[in-house]
Design a protein around this ligand. Structure first.
Ligand code: IPE
Ligand code: IPE
Ligand code: MG
Length: 240
């Protein structure tokens, strides 16, 4: 266990908004897409850190339902990039006992080849139990809630049959525990439509580090910060 982290209070689920690739590239007079490319090492070093910590769930925001607004070249790049990432890393993740899954909308805009890769990686790793690595792709928190409500309506639920519990059953992964800790890089203080339902009581940690510079050490820093917080969930702290 990394120094200064209490093994008994490690968060079960950490989620990460990988932001700042464009600015990282801009600072170096590179194209925005080169910033995304540089994010690959950051991502897999952080996954290693998540395994070292023994997290049950590690989730990353890779493409939002709003990211379609970006220039077509960048969108196309990101589609191919995510496909490449799966090709390059899925065997290694599988060997390490990681279960890979995706959350988000599978709509017509997502290229078929990428969907096929997503399905292959999900299938290959489905029985792994060490850690669930979730990639939020074409993901929007509002879209997820709407999709859950639509599913409830489709099964005929009305009025007080709609509860927090029944809605949760229709989230993209009903078994995923809410993130205990959400980390956002690049100095932006916002949620940007990430895991809206699930973040209701998450601890939020913001760092100025741009995503391509992020490494497991920064994840450990965030977990140390998390462990210094007092979570109350609306209650009061028991005097100790
Ligand atoms: C995050 O980096 C990656 C995605 C949203 C796909 P950005 O591309 O948003 O980088 P900045 O925010 O422009 O620096
Ligand atoms: C959030 O970052 C989405 C991902 C990291 C995939 P954005 O860069 O899209 O968010 P905004 O536009 O700054 O809010
Ligand atoms: Mg951004």
């Amino acid at each position: 266990m990394p120094e200064g982290i209490d093994p008994n209070r490690v968060p079960r689920h950490v989620a990460c908004v990988m932001d700042g690739n464009g600015r990282w590239a801009q600072q170096r007079n590179l194209k925005r897409t080169e910033g995304h490319a540089a994010g690959e090492d950051a991502l897999f070093d952080t996954v290693e850190g998540a395994l070292e910590l023994g997290l049950d769930y590690f989730t990353v925001y890779a493409f939002s339902t709003e990211n379609w607004k970006r220039p077509p070249d960048e969108v196309r790049y990101l589609m191919g990039f995510n496909e490449g990432i799966l090709k390059r890393h899925r065997d290694d993740l599988h060997a390490k006992g990681v279960r890979i899954q995706f959350i988000g909308r599978r709509d017509w805009r997502v290229p078929r080849r990428l969907l096929r890769r997503i399905d292959e990686a999900t299938e290959q790793t489905r029985h792994n139990t060490r850690m669930v690595f979730t990639v939020a792709f074409n993901y929007g928190g509002r879209a997820e809630i709407i999709d859950a409500v639509r599913a409830l309506v489709a099964e005929g639920a009305t009025g007080d049959k709609i509860t927090e519990k029944s809605l949760r059953r229709h989230l993209y992964d009903p078994h995923m525990p809410d993130p205990d800790l959400v980390v956002r890089t690049s100095g932006e203080f916002r949620i940007s439509n990430f895991l809206l339902w699930e973040q209701a009581y998450s601890e939020l940690v913001f760092t100025d580090v741009l995503w391509p510079d992020f490494r497991r050490q920064h994840l450990f820093d965030a977990v140390r910060e998390f462990q210094s917080r007092e979570r109350r969930f609306g209650g009061v702290q028991e005097p100790s």
